[in-house]
Design a protein around this ligand. Structure first.
Ligand SMILES: [Zn+2]
Length: 427
């Protein structure tokens, strides 16, 4: 009854309420514990000497130190539970990452960096933007399994816009303001769809279509396509083309209803959420759509994927995402120069005019020679909340807080209330 009244897309596991999520992860210790449990389901194991003995560092809960064993009693190497995840090398508290991943995974469409900044309470827009893009990068698993069984493949063109462009592109087959997107979807029983894949292709021809099909479908699967000749001769796949211009043929959106549903959802999502895609980050948006589609029913696997749990993700930096090419630098020269302190800018200008070099190159040279050391504004490690009660000790190992006395246990849940606080304790 309740299910029918309040249908949910979370068929397999529903996300917890915000309140429960916050209570499950009250601080960085809880987040690190969660990551450690995922990494070592049977308890800590040192990756260097396989010792099962080790402890968590109190001041840096994501680091475990090995206690050594057998012939290697001196192994005191440290293992980080955030290595290989999106959080690798972060300066933010782990809890901020967990909350951001929760918001992204539970949001129906997509959350913008500005909204995320407000919700997780980080100081700068850039931090939130980078966090969000790192999560987007983690949405694609490096070793994901290709689509299998009956697979519908089709391609479509997609309008994009630059900041100055109107939302619509050229009409019909015109290539103005359009990119080609190819998609594949697994056929399931009835009218259901399985997993999907999407990619941008430079041109709508066999040279670009074949690599996509080979990379995203399993050997031996059956491809259902229209009569586009680009799909002919793809090795090790059963090809079942269907000529839709033949007599008595149904329209494409009925014959290939699944892939058309994917495309129409994608276009609606692009317009509704982003007011049209920008070409620059198109790949990131396509990956996000694929992620949201494939994991729309399962909260836990969406969280694990976003945080990169169990992955060996490469470390991503700001420059990996925005690029640091010479074109990018010359395009953004004004913005870069605005961020430089006036003294350094003056020095760079003098150097540039003396040696007749580019102002940005001059800045690089000054940066290398400069003896000035800047104080870091952020701590080099995630900032920790104050220690929990019972942990405010200066020794290196964690000690459990004292057990409750018998009287406190009898008093039950009210034992944290101070006498005289106005709540009557029952006998
Ligand atoms: Zn060890």
């Amino acid at each position: 009854m309740r299910e029918a009244l309040f249908p949910t897309r979370w068929k397999r596991d529903k996300p917890p309420s915000i309140e429960r999520f916050m209570a499950t992860f009250p601080d960085d210790y809880a987040c690190a514990d969660h990551l450690a449990r995922k990494r070592w389901p049977k308890g800590f194991q040192c990756p260097h000497c396989k010792s099962a003995k080790g402890w968590r560092l109190e001041a840096r809960p994501w680091l475990f130190q090995c206690a050594g064993k057998g012939e290697k009693p001196g192994c005191r190497r440290q293992t980080s539970v955030i290595a290989g995840t999106v959080m690798h090398g972060t300066h933010l508290p782990l809890r901020t990452w967990f909350i951001a991943a929760y918001l992204v995974a539970t949001h129906s469409n997509s959350i913008s960096a500005l909204q995320l900044q407000a919700k997780i309470g980080v100081g700068s827009y850039k931090t939130a933007w980078l966090l969000l893009h790192k999560l987007r990068r983690a949405m694609v698993a490096p070793g994901r399994t290709p689509l299998d069984g009956e697979v519908e493949v089709d391609e479509t063109s997609f309008p994009y816009r630059r900041n100055s462009d109107p939302v619509t592109g050229g009409q019909g087959k015109s290539k103005v303001g359009k990119v080609f997107v190819i998609g594949a979807v697994e056929r399931r029983d009835g009218r259901k769809s399985g997993r999907i894949r999407l990619a941008r292709i430079a041109e709508d021809n066999a040279r670009h279509i074949k690599p996509f099909v080979l990379a995203n479908t399993a050997v031996g699967c059956t491809l259902h396509t229209d009569a586009n000749r680009s799909y002919n001769g793809i090795p090790e796949r059963n090809h079942q083309p269907r000529n839709l211009s033949g007599k008595n043929e149904l329209p494409a959106h009925i014959t290939f209803e699944r892939i058309h549903r994917v495309f129409s959802n994608l276009k609606r999502w692009a317009l509704g959420t982003f007011h049209g895609f920008r070409e620059k980050h198109m790949d990131a948006y396509l990956n996000e759509f694929v992620f949201r589609w494939n994991r729309r029913r399962s909260f836990q696997s969406a969280m694990d994927r976003l945080l990169g749990v169990g992955q060996a993700l490469p470390r991503t930096t700001y420059r990996d995402i925005v690029g640091d090419t010479s074109e990018w630098r010359s395009e953004h020269q004004d913005q870069i120069l605005k961020m430089v302190s006036p003294d350094r800018l003056e020095m760079a200008r003098a150097l540039a005019s003396r040696d007749r070099i580019d102002i940005l190159d001059a800045l690089d040279q000054i940066g290398q020679r400069c003896d000035v050391r800047y104080e870091r504004r952020n701590p080099t490690r995630p900032a920790l909340p104050p220690r929990r009660k019972g942990e405010e000790r200066s020794t290196r190992r964690y000690r459990h807080p004292p057990r409750a006395s018998r009287e406190e246990v009898v008093a039950g849940v009210w034992r944290h209330l101070l006498p005289g606080s106005g709540v009557a304790l029952r006998d």
